[in-house]
Design a protein around this ligand. Sequence first.
Ligand code: DC
Length: 225
Amino acid sequence: MSTFKIAIDGPAGAGKSTIAKRAAKELKFVYIDTGAMYRAIGLAAIRAGVDPNGDIAGVEALLDGIKIDIAHSEAGQQVFLNGEDVSTEIRLPEVSVAASDVSKIPAVRSKLLDLQRSIAEKTDVIMDGRDIGTVVLPNADLKIFLTASVEDRAMRRYKELCEKGIECNFDDVKKDMEYRDKNDSEREIAPLKPAEDAVFVDTTGNTLEESVAAILQIMKERKEK
Ligand code: DC
């Protein structure tokens, strides 16, 4: 039986995960948040006292001892680091930055690439990240590149963190986002960039509802073709 794959890429805070989650529910697809996997490795580095940015050998040495598992529940995707549910902890701002830092390391990317492809193989999926349309699922049936201005994205992320009760201020959130945009787009392997055949969607100024509706429409049209 053939499966249908949707890739959603774009910078942090563009609304990828919210939109992908909603779309997966409507289409009855499995939703895979690949950023959570990089976050789990970033968290493992922080916990081990290894500098995620400067100590490449230190991060590499941790990799064999890191087992990441993904599960799905009503609340969304859960991520387990060596059996421990870290789904909440990986959302902390310092883990966002660590995730972006470890994602530049080739051994980290190759470990996660295998995991991502093995999950996507068996089922209809919507997978979100930075390199899904370009590297992980280059033959995806639909590729979407979702973006928005850095102000809009930082404001969305700031509100999300406040809602979760995580202490932060807008300027720091915006600075982290700019740091990650630069890191993620300028790294040598699998940088953030739109696939040539991606549908480009700019959500600046849209409500989330408007963005979800626009993307669901694109998905439904493609699926019915
Ligand atoms: O999607 P996110 O913000 O949770 O991702 C956290 C970091 O992980 C992001 O700054 C870069 C990295 N990442 C990546 O390099 N490739 C992916 N497919 C997903 C995330």
